[in-house]
Design a protein around this ligand. Sequence first.
Ligand SMILES: *Cc1c(COP(=O)(O)O)cnc(C)c1O
Length: 215
Amino acid sequence: MAVDIKKYHQLKQHLQEKFVQLVVVTKTQSLTDINTLYELGHRDFGENYVQELISKQQALPADIHWHFIGHLQSNKVKYIAAFIHLIHSVDSLGLLSEINKQAIKNNRVINFLIECKIGTEQTKTGISKEELPTLIAKIPEYGNINWQGFMGMGSFTNDKSITEQEFSQFRDLKNKYATEQANMFSLGMSGDYNIALEYNSNLVRIGSLLFGART
Ligand SMILES: *Cc1c(COP(=O)(O)O)cnc(C)c1O
């Protein structure tokens, strides 16, 4: 399976007109396919497993912006701290504190988003809206992290009304807590990005739309 270049250009154009960033999700995809997009000028790629991310990062050009989009265990932060461009999935104070610690060790500042959980998602990761204010209040105590906004993930469903309900809740949270510096809103995947755009997403994470269904 290869990347659909025509679809990539169409998507890129569509998103650019709306000032929305595209992170191409490359989990399970080959180095060759990632390189194809790199040659076209694409730089932002997303992975959700630390091992896979590390091996791809080592094999591919150094100016790629790697986004970590999966659940991140604190004990694995050290493996990606030297190069990660943006961690989308901060969902606890422990994780945040570890990111800051590893950022200090690497003498850099690490960008992150807070992954939010909303009411209808029992199985999903992310921080609850009750815990959110406490986490946000702690951010200024850490000198080597840079909070850029929020991430949300919709349930896997074909029911548009469920997705809309969830995205509306994510947007409410984002609107309540976003600041001028932390106004990124990572929302939308292949199956729901068009809905996410209606809910003010400004960063979408797209894989299977470009590569075909993962096997
Ligand atoms: C896999 C994944 C995506 C992309 O999913 P597609 O349906 O392939 O577009 C986006 N976000 C996260 C967190 C993912 O794990």
